[in-house]
Design a protein around this ligand. Structure first.
Ligand code: ADP
Length: 398
């Protein structure tokens, strides 16, 4: 059965075509700069990569280009679109409505729309992708996989903010958490690597990419996570502040900042770029830090300190921790940051093996020392394959 996985951003469409249940990737690609004259599609089959430069007006035109490329005699891997049995879409916010992936119906579309104000940057393009692919694929079933779904098992004690209760009742203001598909994927992989049943292990999963979040997984279920109502809460990120004293907002307002400017300041100008004043990319910051740039060093120190603090907190939440997993662009690649995060964590049973950590880049490996009570893994995330599995299972049983 062939399953197409789609991740639609505001100006991009990422896709992977899978053969299921084997999980073989038949083709994958990325269409960028939609709605500009410089749109470009990068399409890959095995080792062969092609690039198509062509102005693409909107997502529907983009989906058509992708489908044409999949059908093309030279670049393609299918002869007819009906060979595709299901389409799985990444959708960021599913609110309290979706504890798991769901077949997309008119009702599901309405609910995704109702969360536009909670995820204004993500849900609208996600839905645009769903509508564009519905117009091309007709009655082929479509599935929505929500970033929030995995975190729906978080208990009230951890998801409720200590605000007047009616704020939750009226506006559903609570912790939702994001990156759920990634946390679920790496937590399950860690269980496979430890040869443990997924319902038995306690795992802390750290997804450190442009956006960063950390999750406490108890016996296969998310019981707490660092992102909240929106992805702004928690860890320090590329351009987001993560946790701050909310009073800073009113203080800055008193200093003449407009509320929209503060929103931009916290989401786009803070975190690594804010502290370093130079870049949101750890590679650039490390280069500057190596040259002695104090602000770059500080940005890295603050980033690592925050992750360490959450590891301590989630160790307390879980009681017993079997594994800590690093994933995402930073978690998979940044050797020095992993080392700094885990430094002096022997008190909570975590100790890295320097040599193993040093040689692990973008591959699945155990990097803890033989003395470490907690197994520490690097596991490259693969949200697409989880979405493919969910789509395959839902389509098969529908
Ligand atoms: P996204 O959250 O957009 O999916 P990624 O998970 O790919 O992003 O993470 C991107 C970030 O990973 C970059 O901004 C950079 O900070 C970091 N990164 C990528 N490669 C490296 C590397 N070799 N060394 C250190 N950091 C890296």
């Amino acid at each position: 059965m062939k399953i197409l996985v789609i991740n639609c951003g505001s100006s991009s469409i990422k896709y992977q075509l899978y053969e299921m249940p084997e999980k073989t990737v038949l083709a994958k690609g990325l269409l960028e700069k939609i709605a500009t004259a410089d749109s470009v599609l990068t399409h890959q089959v095995g080792e062969k990569k092609i690039s198509i430069k062509k102005a693409v007006k909107n997502h529907e035109e983009g989906m058509k280009l992708i489908v044409d490329t999949l059908l093309n005699n030279e670049s393609g891997v299918i002869k007819n679109i009906n060979e595709i049995s299901g389409i799985g879409h990444r959708v960021v916010h599913g609110g309290e409505s979706f504890p798991r992936s769901a077949i997309i119906t008119d009702e599901v579309v309405k609910i995704i729309e109702s969360y536009f104000d909670l995820a204004p940057l993500h849900n609208p393009p996600n839905l645009t992708g769903i509508k564009a692919s519905a117009s091309i694929f007709g009655s082929i079933p479509q599935v929505a996989a929500f970033d929030t779904a995995f975190h729906q098992t978080i208990p009230k004690v951890a998801y409720l903010y200590a605000l007047p209760y009616e704020i939750y009742e009226k506006y559903k203001v609570r912790r939702y958490g994001f990156h759920g598909t990634s946390h679920r994927y790496v937590a399950r992989r860690a269980c496979v690597l430890m040869n443990k049943d997924k319902d038995k292990a306690n795992i802390i999963t750290a997804h450190l990419g442009n956006g960063c979040s950390i999750t406490a997984v108890e016996k296969g279920k998310s019981v707490d996570t660092s992102m909240g109502l929106t992805p702004l809460e928690g860890l320090v990120m590329g351009t987001r502040s993560g946790d701050i004293d909310p009073a800073i907002i009113f203080y800055l307002e008193g200093k003449g900042y407009k509320i929209d400017d503060i929103n931009t300041l916290l989401n786009k100008k803070s975190g690594l770029i804010g502290v370093s004043g130079a870049s949101n990319d750890v590679r650039d910051i490390l280069e500057l830090a190596n040259k002695g740039n104090e602000r770059a060093k500080l940005a890295i120190d603050i980033f690592c300190y925050r992750v360490k603090k959450y590891i301590g907190a989630y160790t307390a939440v879980l009681g017993r921790v079997d594994a800590l997993v690093f994933t995402g662009g930073i978690g998979e690649n940044a050797i020095t940051l992993r080392w700094k995060i885990c430094e002096n964590l022997t008190g909570v049973g975590i100790e890295l093996d320097k040599e193993k950590n040093d040689k692990t880049i973008k591959t699945e490996a155990k990097i803890s020392s033989i003395n470490s009570k907690v197994d520490v893994f690097v596991i490259p995330t693969n949200e697409e394959v989880r979405i493919a599995v969910d789509t395959y299972e839902l389509v098969k049983s529908s």
